[in-house]
Design a protein. Structure first.
Length: 277
């Protein structure tokens, strides 16, 4: 699951919807989405199938179409500002991509046909692929994914964070995005206007990372400090994207949970001998 390219060309629709759902903090398998959308290898996935799948996940797809590039870009940015990821029909309606953010005149695009999946495009780059032209007819067609449920937390994949995920060194983070998110939601909570006495995940690590890492490395003996810190840094990155924080009353539990997660990671990778025989 999460950010990796589609193995087959006809799967772009389910992948596009999957990535839109990820922005809303919901993780679904592209295979399950394809089943709900009625995708197949000889026809792919049409807009009717995507709408049907979105409805199953308690979302609606709001269709919007414009006849000029500037008008289409304006409509797209308006939906993105509202926090709605948008699925665009591109390459003459032969492919689906997901646009998840707009910042400083640039768009964060998730395209499952690419090896790195996440890319940054200008308005002109978006428009060229987005334009559908046949005879004298021209259009720019897309769907905004609007949840019918209360979203706990939305991803804020800024340009800087998109570039970080795109880096080859962070491929493991991209492929295991949902695992990090699910583990974090057992430790953290979303930051809201009513949140009081909270601490950011980054500040929590600044205060306690040293003791957690040293203790796990000491008890097991195999991992080095930098390896364990990399796992925690990946968790910190995802926590920042979804604005997850630790409440004051959960700080002790968070120490226990993070230590346990790191030890499970270590034992899973390096194994261990029986103790207390």
């Amino acid at each position: 699951m999460s950010f990796y390219p589609q193995p087959f060309k006809y799967q772009c629709g389910p992948f596009a919807l999957k990535y839109a759902l990820v922005m809303l903090g919901r993780f679904e398998s592209e295979n399950f989405i394809a089943k709900k959308a009625g995708s197949n290898w000889w026809y792919g996935t049409d807009e009717i199938g995507l709408e049907k799948a979105a409805k199953h996940f308690n979302c609606r797809m709001k269709y919007f179409r414009r006849e000029t590039g500037p008008d289409a870009i304006k409509a797209l940015t308006q939906h993105l500002r509202k926090g709605y990821p948008c699925i665009l029909a591109v390459d003459d309606w032969a492919h689906w991509i997901t646009v998840v953010n707009w910042q400083q005149g640039k768009f964060v695009v998730i395209d499952s046909s690419l090896d790195r999946v996440i890319t940054i495009n200008s308005a002109n780059q978006i428009s060229r692929r987005w334009k559908y032209f046949e005879n004298s007819f021209r259009s720019y067609d897309a769907y905004a994914l609007i949840p019918n449920f209360k979203v706990i937390t939305k991803a804020k994949l800024t340009l800087a964070k998109a570039r970080y995920v795109m880096n080859k060194r962070n491929r493991e983070l991209a492929r295991n995005w949902d695992t990090y998110f699910n583990d974090l939601t057992a430790i953290c909570r979303p930051l809201t206007s009513l949140s009081v006495y909270t601490i950011s995940f980054g500040e929590f690590l600044r205060r306690h990372e040293k003791i957690i890492v040293e203790q796990v490395a000491y008890w097991h003996g195999s991992p080095n400090y930098s390896e364990l810190k990399k796992v925690l840094n990946s968790m910190k990155f995802v926590a920042e994207v979804y604005n997850l924080v630790i409440y004051e009353e959960d700080r002790k539990k968070a120490l226990v949970d993070l230590s346990s997660l790191l030890m499970m990671y270590t034992c899973g990778k390096y194994g261990m001998y029986k103790i207390f025989l």
